[in-house]
Design a protein around this ligand. Structure first.
Ligand SMILES: [Zn+2]
Length: 288
């Protein structure tokens, strides 16, 4: 098993059913947490990270069924990350991330950084203790999902007097993408924007044949998928990196592109099976 498939992610859409969560300014928390969760799930699929959703529709999950559901997919190990998505209320502005007492702040810190990169201010990432028993987490999902790495992400305030309402309504995908970025970084999986291809290995495939088919090198294929050996198993999903394609625009020359992408003209020609130096506008070139 390679690194990227070692950890699993459960994505929890906060609230649901008759529990709407916070409702302000036309924002119903349970609907946004579901949209955000489904978005993260789709992106983790694209990136080849195993994940499951605690709910896929408008379903009520309570203090006992939610942790049970969260642990039903991959168990109770510390190799399972649970991201519980929420919106906040109470008149503040900005994101908050709460991580459990049994975990360190590494992933929460990354989420905070990526949310800031996405334009959201972060109030804090922190742990919160149960007043009646300070050895326990305050939030039930954190408390009741041992020994998973459980994190609550509050993306912003639905009653903010700052910019949160606009961010939630119009930039929720960027906020969700920030969490995707943080997860990939935390898991050591190479991050790429939407649009990557996935290829499922069939009988007879080799790394070489797949790399050739997509105009990339075996090394790129291996590094994109964190593969340590050349062995492939049938049914394995491989990410095909697509950030190495340049679409030729007016004025482009092989020489300029070679310089831009830190390669050579002969390498570009070899990668793209070009017999001449002529390029046509709109032509797709592999540049790495
Ligand atoms: Zn909530």
């Amino acid at each position: 098993m390679d690194e990227r498939t070692k950890k699993k992610v459960v994505i929890d859409a906060g609230h649901g059913g008759k529990d709407s969560g916070t409702v302000n300014n036309g924002i119903v928390e349970k609907d946004y947490t579901l949209k955000i969760s489904k978005y993260i799930k789709k992106r983790l699929d694209e990136l080849g990270i195993d994940s499951s959703l605690t709910r896929t529709g408008d379903e009520l999950l309570d203090q006992s069924s939610r942790p049970q559901r969260a642990q039903s997919f991959y168990g109770k190990g510390d190799d399972v990350i649970i991201i519980s998505n929420h919106l906040n209320a109470g008149g503040g502005d900005g994101a908050e991330i709460i991580y459990s007492l049994r975990n360190n702040d590494t992933l929460s810190k990354k989420i905070a950084q990526e949310l800031e990169n996405a334009g959201q201010n972060v109030r804090k990432y922190y742990q919160k203790r149960l007043p009646s028993n300070p050895s326990k987490d305050y939030y039930y999902l954190l408390r009741n999902t041992p020994n998973n790495e459980t994190i609550i992400v509050e993306y912003g305030f639905t009653d903010s007097t700052g910019n949160d309402i606009n961010l939630i309504k119009n930039k929720w995908e960027s906020l969700a993408e920030a969490v995707v970025k943080a997860i990939t970084s935390y898991l050591g999986v190479s991050y790429s924007q939407q649009g990557n291809n996935y290829y499922t290995v069939v009988k007879g495939d080799t790394l070489w044949s797949i790399a050739r088919r997509y105009g990339i090198t075996v090394d790129e294929l291996k590094s994109a998928n964190n593969l340590k050996s050349n062995l492939l198993s049938i049914g394995k999903k491989l990410m095909i990196p697509s950030n190495n394609v340049h679409i030729v625009k007016k004025g482009d020359t092989l020489y300029a592109l070679a310089k831009e992408y830190n390669t050579t003209v002969s390498n570009l020609k070899k990668l793209n099976n070009l017999s001449s130096d002529l390029l046509s506008i709109g032509q797709k070139l592999f540049v790495k």
